[in-house]
Design a protein around this ligand. Structure first.
Ligand code: C2G
Length: 143
C-alpha cells in the first residue's frame, strides 16, 4: 500500500483543494491530510474562516481523503512520515522552492503538483468583500 501525505489549511474548500487531493490520491492508495490547526494558522499568519473541527469534517467527507491529522507546527513532518509510514509527500507547486519540504527527500519522495490557477481562499474572501461593498452602495436609499 502506497501512502501519501499532504499539508494545508483547506479553508473555504474550493476546487483547487479538491484537485490537489484527487491528484495526490492518484499517486497511491491511502491519503493522509495534515490539517493546520487554528493555533498553527496563527503562526503561519493566517486566520481561517472555518475552525479546525469544521475544516476537518469537510476534508473527511472527501472521497480521496483517508485520514486527517493535525498539523501543529513546521517541525512535525519527519515524525509524521515515520508515524504514518509515508511513501510520498505531495504539495502544490507554490511550495516547490520553499525550504519547508525539500529536506524531506531524505525520508520519502516529495512531489509538487501544479497549483490550480485562478482560485484561492484569499481571492474568494476579497471577491466576497467587494461584492458586499458594491451591493451595499446599491442599497443606499434613493433620495
Ligand atoms: N492549492 C492548489 N491550488 C490552489 C490553491 C491551493 O493546488 N488554487 C494547494 C496548495 O498548493 C497546498 C494545498 O492546496 O498544497 C492547501 O493549500 P492551503 O490550504 O492554502 O495550504 P497552505 O496555506 O499552503 O498550507 O506546512 C504546509 C502548510 O500547512 C501548507
Amino acid at each position: 500500500m502506497k501512502r501519501i501525505l499532504t499539508y494545508g489549511t483547506f479553508d473555504l474548500l474550493h476546487y483547487g483543494h479538491i484537485r490537489i487531493l484527487k491528484r495526490a490520491k492518484e499517486l497511491g492508495d491511502y491519503l493522509v491530510v495534515a490539517l493546520s490547526t487554528d493555533e498553527f494558522n496563527a503562526i503561519k499568519g493566517k486566520t481561517a474562516y472555518h475552525n479546525y473541527e469544521t475544516r476537518k469534517k469537510m476534508l473527511e467527507a472527501i472521497r480521496y481523503v483517508d485520514l486527517v491529522i493535525p498539523e501543529n507546527n513546521w517541525e512535525q513532518k519527519v515524525q509524521d512520515i515515520k508515524d504514518y509510514k509515508i511513501d510520498v509527500v505531495v504539495m502544490g507547486s507554490d511550495w516547490a522552492d520553499s525550504d519547508k519540504f525539500d529536506y524531506l527527500k531524505e525520508y520519502c519522495d516529495v512531489v509538487f503538483l501544479e497549483r490550480t490557477p485562478g482560485v484561492s481562499t484569499t481571492q474568494i474572501k476579497s471577491d466576497l468583500q467587494l461584492q458586499e461593498a458594491v451591493s451595499g452602495v446599491d442599497q443606499v436609499p434613493q433620495t
